[in-house]
Design a protein. Structure first.
Length: 202
């Protein structure tokens, strides 16, 4: 259950300088009604000191469905709608959660939709935001985005204030321009998941 809820959030380094609000983030970002693209994901497991990698494709239709398809190293599909979360491997259904029956899944589903569709105001009920506009991104994040930069660069940190979210994550980092380019999810316990998006097509 916990791993599935973490996947729902995935679809998200520390900045202490204020300077970016949810309102400004909405002005900087496009919010297309549909989007598809490719993702590369790494998950660091602190207890084992190892990093696991995966990749695949995703697509969404605003307010309707998000399809998250892992293709490497194994095939796995997560389908999320406002009513349910379904996890499949091939033709086999591994898990199904009904949102009405699971408040935690509903909250994390709302966050996942809001992040992917750049509906930043919807996150204000669950997080406080710190962030800044950046002429140059530094370090690992900047290196990952070379050649992908479009428009004004921004880096935002979401710190949970909702008790359901706090049980799972301690911080969510977002990097983008007109579209979201990277999500870093810091879990309670020291695990960390990084997702980078490319080949985005609204």
């Amino acid at each position: 259950m916990k791993s599935v809820l973490l996947i729902c959030l995935l679809l998200v380094p520390v900045i202490t300088q204020a300077g970016l609000s949810f309102e400004q983030l909405e002005q900087l970002s496009r919010s297309p009604s549909a989007l598809n693209g490719h993702f590369n994901q790494t998950k660091y497991l602190s207890a084992l000191d190892v990093t696991l990698s995966s990749s695949g494709v995703f697509s969404y239709q605003r307010g309707s469905a998000i399809r998250w398809e892992t293709r490497q190293p194994i095939q796995n599909t997560l389908l999320m709608t406002p009513a349910s979360i379904i996890n499949r491997q091939g033709e086999q259904e591994l898990m199904r959660l009904e949102m009405e029956e699971n408040p935690a899944a509903r909250v994390l589903g709302e966050i996942f939709f809001a992040v992917l569709t750049a509906e930043w105001q919807a996150l204000a009920a669950y997080f406080v935001l710190e962030g800044e506009l950046e002429g140059e991104l530094e370090g690992e994040l900047g290196d990952a985005l070379e050649g992908e930069r479009e428009g004004t660069q921004w880096h935002a940190v979401l710190r949970p204030v909702d008790s359901s979210v706090l049980q799972v994550v301690s911080r969510v980092d977002l990097v983008g321009d007109d579209l979201l380019r990277e999500v870093v999810l810091h879990e309670q316990g020291g695990n960390r998941t990084t997702i980078r998006f490319d080949s985005l097509q609204p």
